[in-house]
Design a protein around this ligand. Sequence first.
Ligand code: HEM
Length: 467
Amino acid sequence: MALMELALALAFGFLFACCGLLRWNEVRYRKKGLPPGTMGWPLFGETTEFLKQGPNFMKNQRARYGSLFKSHILGCPTVVCMDPEINRYIFMNESKGLVPGYPQSMLDILGERNIAAVTGPLHKSMRSAMLNLINPSMIRDQLLPKIDEFMRSHLSNWNEKVIDIQEKTKEMALFSALKQIASIESGPESEALKAAVFQLVLGTLSLPINLPGTNYRRAFQARRRLVEILRKIIEKRRTSLSSHGDMLDLLLLKADDECMKAKLNDEQIIDLIIALVYSGYETVSTTTMMAIKYLHDHPKALHELRKEHMEIRKEKSHEEGIDWSDYKSMAFTRAVIFETLRMATVVNGVLRKTTQDTKLKGFVIPKGWRIYVYTREINYDPCLYPEPLSFNPWRWMDRSLDTQQHFMIFGGGSRLCPGKELGTVEIATFLHYFVTRYRYEEVGRAVILEFPRVEAPNGLRIRVQSY
Ligand code: HEM
């Protein structure tokens, strides 16, 4: 009996302590003017609930507190914003102290000078250097021929094979980028870069714990290897007399040009290349994989897409590649890509932080707090997208949805994705060769996770046959 009483007393004591801690943490953050919401446990906040429940956590909190609520996730007091108008305001007002607020692990691994970390004039000059490399006329004249050549070879010899399309699209996004950036072809150098980039990506979404065996430590080491390889490539390029017609040629030309006001040093060039590879890698590979999955599950859409690409091939010999005007004629393909981006929501939102106390919707967000500009729910808003859960590329043909003000798949304002067109061209070229060369069927039924990143943990296997 005494033992039972002791156990009961301990249980009550524990419960009491827990309630006390939770209460203390709420009171700590009960400042006048803050939005409603809960802060969870000291230090850990509501990170576990957020990672476990993902989009449902957001929906539940919104139902209780409205579209602007406070929480404590991923080590930081955070305001989550699900209001499209305010999200747009945040995108457009970086100059009012709403600057990028990516986690420390990401900054450590991608570099303090990476484009997503810098602000003001440095951001302006890095962004302009990047836009010089990937603007539409560069894509038309320099990049599309390289992408086309790459896709033709990447998509050869798949006949009669069972392939993991997740793995193939990851390789596609990375190797295609390496070819465009520094004319790197498949071989030991690209394999070394692949191992380093894969490791780096894993580490950017981890807790910054620098202990042996952690993803963070491995990513940090991968960054060092990556920087070493890129430095060697730059040194070799400086002594080379021949021109390669790639992004690195252009970057070095600018860096060596005495007249250039905003010239980049080698460290900045390396961080710019890492940012290019990192930003385009997962977005392009996952969107391509998911497009193939949705098309498989929606034969009518696949038929329409194939018809569009067969029409383009009708005018060409087998060896002839596609050009800018072919790409521009791919209206349905573009619609498939946008619908895939909407349905799969490859990017759930973006992170900002406040550099001063900031007023939003009548609330005051304290200096140093993070803002999670959560755009995911806009993609499933039935007022914008009737029957939002059905894959319907045709909706993008009817009206110019991608120019409406709530379209935030590529972000907005001064940080609007500079790789929007390039990413679309890469996915469209991949789809061109994929559907004109092959028919395919899924082997089994793959598990697809939606959160925190879209992925098929056991791969997505398809059986491929020549068309
Ligand atoms: C096709 C899929 C893509 C999607 C959905 C996508 C989405 C986004 C989003 C939402 C942002 C805004 C981030 C923010 O505001 O903090 C962004 C920024 C960025 N994206 Fe993309 N992106 C894609 C492809 C690419 C590609 C292919 C590249 C490079 C070749 C690229 C390079 C960048 C860079 C460098 C930034 C940072 C811009 C800045 O801070 O000024 N993206 N992207």
